[in-house]
Design a protein around this ligand. Sequence first.
Ligand code: CUK
Ligand code: CUA
Length: 675
Amino acid sequence: MKRALSLLGVGLTATALLASCSEGERPARQRADAQTSNVSTSRATGANGTLEQVARERNLTPDDLIAAAKTYLPSGRHDDYIMFSSGGHSGQLFLIGVPSMRLLRTVAVFTPESWQGWGFGAGNEILDEGKVNGRDVLWADTHHPALSETNGDYDGEFCFINDKANARIAVIDLKDFETKQIVKNPLSLSDHGGCFVTPDTEWVIEGGQYGSPLGWEYAPIEDYNNSYRGYVTFWKFDRASGRILTDKSFAMELPPYWQDLFDAGKFVSEGWIFGNSINTELATGGIESGNPPFEAGVSQRDNDYLHVINFEKAIATYNAGKTREVAGFPVIETQTAVDEGLLYFIPEPKSPHGVDISPDGNYIVVSGKLDPHVTIYGFNEIQEAIAGGGYTQDQYGVPILDFDDCTVAQIEVGLGPLHTQFDDQGYAYTSLFLEPAVARWALGGEAGKLNPEPDWSLVGKVNVHYNVGHISAAEGDTASPDGKYLVSLNKWSIDRFFPTGPLLPQNFQLVDIADQGDSMQLLYDMPVGFGEPHYAQIIKADKLDPWLVYPEIGWDPVHQRVDPNAPRAGQEGITRNGNTVTVNMTAIRSHFNPEHVKVKQGDRVIWRLTSVERAQDSTHGFALPAYNINLSLEPGEYIQFEFVADQAGTFPFYCSEFCSALHLEMMGYFLVEPN
Ligand code: CUK
Ligand code: CUA
């Protein structure tokens, strides 16, 4: 029920809003406006009446007005935070401003995207890196973006993202927000547990999910326990080149449970990796043969296993060559991991989803989807349990530590707990899929800022609509979370938006978490009509330092350097060598040079195109019909593409960005003379 709109309530609210807008936070131009006359003061007073009128006409409560004021950005003002959201089965990454919840940009990753020319003459060699057994796979199911970190905090340099559907990892450089590399995992087709970085981004962690023979060769499902396996891969990242070094990377073979998500320890737990799992039942489904379906078979046991990996030691084991080559990739076998003391299990309740490390690295938080608690493991307790010895083992020989020895608390938070984030006040937040709600709870020992007693307790809840999966708080998985905002990534949006046919968008709900205690305010609903995002990370905008134009004319964004082949102004022309024709073309407002490109049918065409613009935002496009080419040429950018001119005809090419008053004239003719 909407609260009745009282004149007094709105009046006070509006006054408070105006008063709370401190001079210091307002841009200089607006301060200057305010100083030049008294009109602005009377306007502000007058605005009370107007605000009240608008509120009444639009049926807005005082809370609605506060929410609007907390999220609205006047034209020209920027968001404080940028959310990097996975794009789910769109295969892309999305950048969203917080708190305005405005979509800023799609980053083309695994899927062709024609606005950016991605896959239409640009980025083709990177998309080719994502081939599976030589076949194009031009979609992906992106789940978990991972911003690069220094000392456990986002540093704004790179973003990684996984493709659950084909076990691939992409590397995005945040200088230009473009994808630079796609790595296909040679061991598997399934990688839900990617990707997560170590605190200095030396390694990118990619965990598997659905068990299969490593290398995915055929094996009968009846042979699941013997032939199928899980894994986690550790990709070595080289910051200088901005690339994963595949020949310095390795994997660890795991039992064929379904590894779900991983996280890297930090501070006290740095050098350790934690992963949760489901299907320790080793269920193999087969509903058509009268077997329990997976959904029943996978959730029979009360416990699954938290995977605890001594990663420091695993690196040493890899460096010592104690690996086996599988599909040409070095793998530490499970037996080796056990012998070397690299791998331990701890029971975790029940069908868990998500494992999240507290900002100080002391605690590992796991939620069982079918258990109303969050379970908190202590890193020191785990170390003592490992040192204590006397383990039981699972059927693959992996030591199982005692649950009670390793846990420090369990808190009943509600129904269907999934993922956890943290704030700067010693609170943790856990999504509750079934309620649906987000629970705030006090992280014992860390709640000291407001609550001096070590305290593990539920503090408050905010309802969300509907079925929240991940949540993302501002820098909420780092060593120093910011608090302030939390976004609830809701799976369903029924009744929240105009129904666009039977397919509805997802719903991102912005929640204000700045107020302490049990008050959290829902501020904004953002329809997400471009895929089903899973995880997102929110970074302080001032940590990002993108280029405004490419650093030099002739810049090749794939390799982040000037390409010596890039044509410069004055070097334009067309050269023929046998039946290979090289086009050296430049683009500037408002023409291409050359404008006539004449070839013979069957010629191989190498087309080199440089934007010689230096002004920010002076982007040109390049559209070549029938040959499936479209480019986005940002200032300074160089792109080369090749094709065989197998279709004779007259092809008008043109600039596909409205770049100037004479944009429509920015065109030319590609003339292919028939044989
Ligand atoms: S997952 Cu989708 S809601 Cu892939 Cu991290 Cu949990
Ligand atoms: Cu260049 Cu339009």
